[in-house]
Design a protein around this ligand. Structure first.
Ligand SMILES: *Cc1c(COP(=O)(O)O)cnc(C)c1O
Length: 366
């Protein structure tokens, strides 16, 4: 048996009629740039996240980059970011001219809040917490620190749309929330896509202009040197369809996670992504476990037909060309050797889940 990590074609067939209808609607009218479908998706996304505004962009990276620029962050400023994340979080900071200041993570893969205050300097302007895999960083404590030192918060929520702490959604805590609709994110389009969410009208306006070369499309006035990073109207139409299914799909993901948990919790060499922080929910964009056996474990799964992801064996700050300072991040290094994301998607079948469980247990001779 072969279990793919995700199955985009199968997912499409689950909602084919709605996707095809959205396609014909857009194509038959020739509505390609910033039309009703984009506005509809932005309204629905803002409602879902719990913010006043959502602005569709070309990628999660653009959401991070535009957020930092909207907050005026540039050369000479420092932004705090976790040592364990996708490289784009850090690149968005570097590309504004600011300096990223890395902080280690804890066992839940998110920034170690106890280590934030020790790296704050007079140059620190913002914290970029990353909510990895579908689980929020400890936002109540991070917001307290931001308030105490007068710092901005740019949430990298690219992996956690639909997750909450204390009833407040990922992307609704900070000055901005940043989302990616890359195909294999929890809400995935059929190519690149992203959005920034905010309650700040000025930030929403800045993003709306900067995504379109700085232009106010009503007046034609250029309000700055901008970028070309507008979410395609066609992708927005598809994403609007998928967003309608997201609440039910999140329930499915939680059920799959619970099945993995019940079947694997007795294995002492595995760390499973289930945490007991109150009023928090994990939406399991990824079911990332840690195995003491590292590559030996992940290679065994692959050899037995289970496609797994081992992001990121080499932490981003260890890539020479990125010219980042490795101040030593023990938890990031430990988990980088051990991480292994099991197949997790709404299209996975019961038989496939059973097979994954069987292969994992057989590695441990159980
Ligand atoms: C995917 C992702 C990004 C970047 O999103 P793109 O749409 O690929 O640019 C940024 N941060 C995190 C944590 C991500 O997972």
């Amino acid at each position: 048996m072969k279990v793919p990590f995700v199955n985009a074609a199968k997912n499409y067939l689950m909602i084919k009629d709605e996707i095809d209808a959205a396609y014909f609607e857009v194509m038959s009218k020739g509505d390609l740039i910033a039309r009703g479908q984009l506005r509809s998706f932005e309204n629905n996304l803002a409602k879902f996240v719990g913010t006043k505004y959502a602005v569709g962009l070309n990628s999660g990276y653009d959401a991070l980059h535009i957020s930092l620029r909207a907050l005026g962050i540039s050369v000479g400023d420092e932004v705090i970011v976790p040592a364990h994340t996708f490289v784009a979080s850090c690149s968005a900071i570097v590309n504004t001219g600011a300096t990223p200041v890395l902080v280690d993570v804890t066992k839940d893969f998110n920034i170690d809040v106890d280590k934030i205050e020790e790296v704050i300097t007079p140059r620190t302007k913002a914290i970029m917490p990353v909510h990895l895999s579908g689980w929020l960083a400890d936002m109540p404590r991070i917001m307290d620190i931001a308030k105490k030192y007068g710092l901005y918060i740019v949430e990298d929520a690219c992996q956690s749309l639909g997750s909450h702490v204390k009833g407040i959604g990922a992307g609704a805590w900070g000055n901005t929330g940043c989302f990616s609709f890359y195909p294999f994110k929890i809400l995935g389009g059929y190519g690149d896509g992203g959005a920034v969410t905010t309650n700040d009208e000025q930030i929403a306006l800045f993003a709306t202009r900067m995504r379109y070369n700085g232009e106010d499309r009503q007046t034609g006035e250029y309000h700055g040197h901008g970028f070309t990073c507008l979410l395609d109207n066609l992708q927005a139409a598809f994403l609007d369809v998928k967003l309608r299914h997201l609440p039910e799909w999140i329930i499915t993901r939680k059920k799959i996670a619970q099945r993995y948990y019940e079947a694997l919790k007795d294995l002492p060499d595995l760390l499973l992504p289930h945490y007991d922080r109150s009023n928090s929910d994990h939406v399991y964009q990824n079911y990332t476990i840690r195995s003491k056996q590292g590559d030996e474990f992940s290679e065994y799964l692959k050899a037995n037909g289970v496609e797994v992801l081992t992001q990121f064996r080499k932490p981003y700050y260890k890539h020479k060309s990125l010219k980042l300072e490795d101040r030593g991040f023990p938890e990031t290094e430990a988990l980088s050797r051990e991480v292994c994301s099991l197949p997790m998607s709404v299209e996975i079948s019961d038989e496939e889940i059973d097979y994954v469980i069987k292969v994992v247990r057989s590695f441990y001779k159980k």
